[in-house]
Design a binder for this molecule. Structure first.
Ligand SMILES: O=C(O)CCC(=O)C(=O)O
Length: 260
């Protein structure tokens, strides 16, 4: 599959692109079944709701070092981490041939999977999950350039009620100063300077098998899940093969998977 010039231009300008009905329903169901088993048994490494919400930059580093030390009374899993090595079904999706030409067009060179970041089954558990505030994923990744894109796969319907992703089109190209972010590096909603930007937000419902690609500097957020069913999605990140992770940071702690 290849993107049209219009689609490519759309990604460049807006920082995200939808690929409707990209993955077969059967594949989504298989991924979801395996994810459900890992979630049920809380197979490590996981990130809990408490860790996901409460983390500052220092906390994130501590968590990644301590491999999700469990400090909650009742554990609610927010993410199954490091899914590439968990099951062949996850690995195969991340290495899917059909998406490679698309990623190559977007990145302008061959894609390489970063095992260190995302590489997750993301959940939003009914009622107990929380909203995710506006943020750029790149804020805690360490690479020479921002040539990274995330691949989000909806394993079921994602909508306003269960916490579909919301984006601010073009925000990946905007220049911000530190004062526009809070101490946890979220884009502050109470700053008048930010309100005009946030007013441009968009969100689109996703169906099982839809993929959305989004740039690592794109501001995005998601509501909590107010339905009675868990929302389970798959997200991984690729970078341009020449984009090096910075030595001594968490971004170099894991191997990279070169997709030729
Ligand atoms: O599902 C969510 O709450 C947000 C996920 C997200 O922002 C991310 O994976 O970067």
């Amino acid at each position: 599959m290849k993107l049209s010039d219009t689609q490519l231009q759309q990604f460049k300008e807006q920082g995200f692109l939808f690929l409707p009905a990209f993955a077969e329903a059967k594949r989504c169901d298989t991924i979801k079944d395996i994810a459900a088993a890992h979630l049920k048994h809380q197979v490590p490494p996981i990130e809990t709701e408490f860790e996901y919400v409460g983390k500052s930059k220092e906390e994130r580093e501590r968590i990644s070092n301590a491999h999700s030390e469990q400090i909650e009374k009742r554990i609610i899993v927010r993410r199954l981490r490091q899914v590439y090595h968990r099951d062949i079904v996850f690995k195969e999706w991340m290495e899917e041939e059909k998406i490679r030409p698309v990623l190559k067009q977007i990145l302008g060179e061959s894609p390489t999977i970063t095992i260190a970041h995302h590489n997750s089954i993301m959940t939003k558990m009914p009622h107990s999950s929380t909203a995710t505030s506006w943020h750029q994923d790149f804020r805690y990744w360490n690479f020479e350039t921002d040539n990274l894109v995330s691949v989000w796969l909806a394993l079921d319907s994602e909508n306003d009620k269960n916490g579909v992703l919301e984006f601010i089109p073009g925000s990946h190209k905007m220049l911000f100063d530190v004062s526009q972010f809070d101490e946890k590096e979220y884009f502050s909603e109470d700053k008048s300077k930010n309100s005009e930007i946030i007013a441009k937000k968009v969100s689109y419902e996703l169906e099982k098998g839809d993929v959305v690609l989004f740039h690592c500097k794109l501001l995005h957020r998601a509501n909590k899940n107010a339905t009675d069913e868990p929302k389970i999605s798959f997200v991984y990140t690729v970078k341009g093969c020449s984009n090096k992770a910075i030595e001594g940071t968490r971004s170099t702690e894991y191997e990279e998977i070169i997709l030729s």
